[in-house]
Design a protein around this ligand. Structure first.
Ligand SMILES: O=C(O)CCC(=O)C(=O)O
Ligand SMILES: [Fe+2]
Length: 295
């Protein structure tokens, strides 16, 4: 299928909401696993976030055509992201989606996808399908019921530009892959029946919703929702960033120490914002659960 012709889909239910329709948005997330919130950011903040993602992830434009880069503790390097924590209309929305009045930062991310960059395979961020001992940082961080996706695609999301795709209703605990597909052994992805059990890359999956947004919109998806990213077939970089929250009372026991950079972030954050970093554990992308055993 030529996915360049995919139009904003009519799904038979509303999935775009304003900041004045948060209850309806939350109901859509509960029913279908996602929602789009229109005009959450002003143009000025969009511009500042674009500059910050570019500056932190690829300051010298050296990444090169066809490449992508993900920063998995973006807020530690981007004081511009702190502005979100002072943005009451945005915060009210995050409280609604996380079902908590008292939010704390779980993790943050920014992604830069250059022109020509490859698609991202289908997956769920949720790591609670297995009770095996944790093997990477996601197994520690991504097990809660809060939304996994609270993204700003600050250069817009659409199928030509490396935008997001997701599968409606795939957040439900009894969801199974559509006709012709089966779960990968870890359940975090699926593949075509009769093929290798690798995460599927392709946009011919029944139930696929191409997400089409403006740079000021927020894309929300539920804890388990399966999603993927289209390749970037434009001549413009694709930028995105997110803060994922946990209810403050939900503590994370991280087996890795706080990095020097994480400590500096905690120290630099203004006093009024300190409640957002209560119990902050940062992330260690190299942690594999093996250190203790090997040591
Ligand atoms: O690149 C994207 O748009 C999605 C990224 C994503 O799903 C992830 O980092 O888990
Ligand atoms: Fe993801």
């Amino acid at each position: 299928m030529d996915d360049s012709r995919i139009q904003k889909p009519n799904l038979g239910y509303p999935y775009e909401f304003t900041l004045n329709e948060l209850d309806a948005a939350q109901q859509c997330i509960e029913a279908h696993g996602f929602a789009i919130i229109k005009k959450v950011l002003c143009d000025e903040l969009v511009k500042e976030l674009q500059e910050s993602v570019q500056q932190v992830l690829d300051p010298d434009n050296a990444l090169g055509a066809g490449n992508s880069f993900t920063h998995s503790a973006f807020i530690e390097d981007s004081p511009t992201m702190w502005k979100l924590l002072d943005h009451e209309p945005y915060l009210r929305a995050q409280r609604t989606f996380c079902l908590s009045e008292d939010l704390a930062i779980l993790r943050t991310a920014a992604i830069l996808r250059n022109p020509g960059s490859a698609p991202l395979a289908w997956h769920s961020d949720f790591c609670g399908f297995s009770n095996d001992p944790p093997k990477f940082s996601g197994d520690i961080l991504n097990r809660g019921p809060w939304p996994s996706g609270l993204w700003f695609y600050i250069t817009g999301s659409n199928p030509e530009h490396g935008g997001l795709a997701l599968i409606e209703d795939s957040h439900l605990e009894d969801w199974t892959p559509p006709e012709g597909f089966q779960f990968t052994p870890d359940r975090r992805s699926f593949h075509k029946k009769g093929t290798e059990p690798d995460r599927y890359v392709g946009f011919d999956v029944p139930g696929l919703v191409p997400i089409i947004t403006d740079p000021c919109d927020q894309i929300v998806f539920a804890s388990r929702t399966y999603h993927a990213a289209f390749p970037n077939r434009t001549d413009r970089v694709r930028l995105s960033c997110a803060i994922i929250y946990r209810p403050r009372a939900y503590r994370i026991e991280a087996p890795w120490p706080l990095s020097v950079k994480a400590q500096a972030f905690l120290k630099a954050l203004p006093l009024r914002l300190q409640p957002f970093v209560e119990g902050y554990v940062g992330i260690d992308n190299d942690w594999s659960g093996e250190q203790g055993k090997m040591g």
